[in-house]
Design a protein around this ligand. Structure first.
Ligand code: AMP
Ligand code: MG
Length: 414
């Protein structure tokens, strides 16, 4: 697998979470193909080009207020200033105005400030006179004028490739004059859930059967504009069946995400099957709780992530490692989420060794706003209901055996 991988299935080495993440990101090669879309069609996609502004932003000097444009040179000594109003200019007007000296222009927000006018008075600061305005406070030169290019000059970088085009990016691209943008093609992602015990919600449960929650969790997690999702549903723990689905998914996808079947039990077929279809695998024992083991694999273009079957384990491993790998594979440049600081509301005792992501509730806050966290349960890897009731995950460092009430720790808010 990827060069420098310290993990070896046989050696059973445990990787720390940062090591596993580093390895996973190195194995996730970004897509390279791009397409050019209209700006409206590009929303939610991954930008594939560095963009510079095509225009000055704003394009011309304009008023930041509803009020009056004046020339400083027309103002006398005060304490009161009187000027006739000699014209009117609104947003959308050209701003070409041959106003004689000695008068103010009625002006509105966004209207071009004509050449020579060098300050705008707020209308609230002006009184009406018979032919004009009177005001008491001498304006500062340039006041309430938004200068051409003050937000960004034409030619200056506005967005880097690799960002997801969200509301802020879409607005910036529009202002910078982009009618079309180049984006990475959609990432083809296939998912399936392994397990002969799985039933569809809505069906009756037979003995030994459970509802398939991972499938719907993944559908929600992968609901992105930049993903072309292929949902292959549940697949029973029958090696030939699993192998056929896995092979087909690998042939047609950039990324395959499955749940279950990656552990060391007799019904955990995925590692062997992945090898049998010509892939290279690593079951990585990651020193995280919940979560081990996670399986990664590559076969030609396809990257494979095998999440644990236990739903909370699947969710946490996906959030901490899998989703970062997928983002990289899709061409996104995304920083790993930075946990916020929180404090424990109660003492904690546990076994050291694995970095733990423990579901917690926010019990309240300290006076400075820091969340106070209440631990939910010590054993939770299969507890989907508990996950739905949690407010986030507390991060308990691998070496920690005990913590006292009030102690600080990292918190990933949902
Ligand atoms: P496995 O990793 O396949 O050994 O599964 C571990 C546990 O997670 C077992 O109790 C499974 O029944 C459960 N499980 C596996 N897949 C799912 C799923 N899609 N939805 C809910 N529970 C699951
Ligand atoms: Mg299973």
């Amino acid at each position: 697998m990827a060069d420098g991988c310290a993990c070896d299935r046989n050696a059973q080495t445990y990787l720390s979470v940062p090591e596993a993440l580093k390895w996973g990101l190195a194995a996730a090669h970004p897509v390279t193909e791009t397409e050019t879309l209209s700006l409206s069609d590009s929303i939610g996609r991954v930008l594939a080009e560095d963009c510079v502004s095509k225009v000055d932003m704003p394009a011309f000097d304009n008023s930041a207020m509803d009020g009056y444009a004046v020339r400083m040179s027309d103002l006398g000594q005060g304490p009161l200033f009187d000027l006739p109003v000699i014209g009117r200019i609104a947003a959308g007007d050209s701003g070409r105005h041959s106003a004689p000296a000695g008068g103010a222009l009625r002006i509105f927000t966004g209207a071009p400030v004509p050449a020579g006018f060098d300050a705008v008075l707020m209308q609230e600061d002006c009184e009406h006179t018979t032919d004009g305005i009177r005001f008491a406070r001498c304006p500062k030169p340039g006041q309430h004028i938004r200068r051409a290019g003050e937000d960004l000059e034409a030619g200056a970088p506005i967005l880097r490739r690799g960002c997801e085009i969200g509301p802020r990016e879409a607005a910036a691209l529009a202002s910078a004059g982009y009618g079309e943008v180049k984006v990475f093609r959609k990432l083809r992602v296939a998912i399936f859930s392994t397990g002969s015990e799985l039933r569809q919600p809505g069906e009756a449960l037979g003995p030994g059967q459970i509802y398939n929650s991972n499938r719907f969790m993944l559908l929600a997690l992968l609901d992105k504009q930049w993903i072309e999702l292929s949902d292959r549903g549940p697949v029973a723990d029958k090696p030939e069946l699993l192998k056929a689905v896995l092979r087909e998914a690998c042939d047609t996808s950039d990324l395959i995400v499955t749940t279950g079947g990656v552990s060391v039990g007799d019904e955990d077929h995925m590692p062997l099957l992945f090898t049998e279809i010509g892939g290279e695998t690593d079951v990585m024992k990651v020193a995280m709780k919940p979560g081990k083991p996670i399986m990664f694999g590559r076969r030609k273009n396809a990257l494979y992530i095998g999440l644990p079957g236990n739903p909370v384990s699947a969710y946490v491993t996906w959030q901490i490692i899998g989703s970062q790998m997928m983002a990289r594979r899709a061409g996104l440049h995304r920083a790993v989420p930075i946990p916020e600081q929180a404090v424990l509301d109660e003492p904690l005792e546990r076994r050291a060794g694995r970095q733990e992501y423990r579901p917690v509730r926010i019990e309240g806050t300290l006076p400075d706003g820091t969340p106070r966290l209440r631990l939910m349960a010590a054993s939770y890897s299969g507890r989907v209901a508990l996950l739905a009731q949690a407010d986030g995950l507390a991060i308990i460092p691998a070496e920690t055996e005990e913590m006292s009430a009030g102690q600080q720790l990292g918190f990933l808010r949902f």
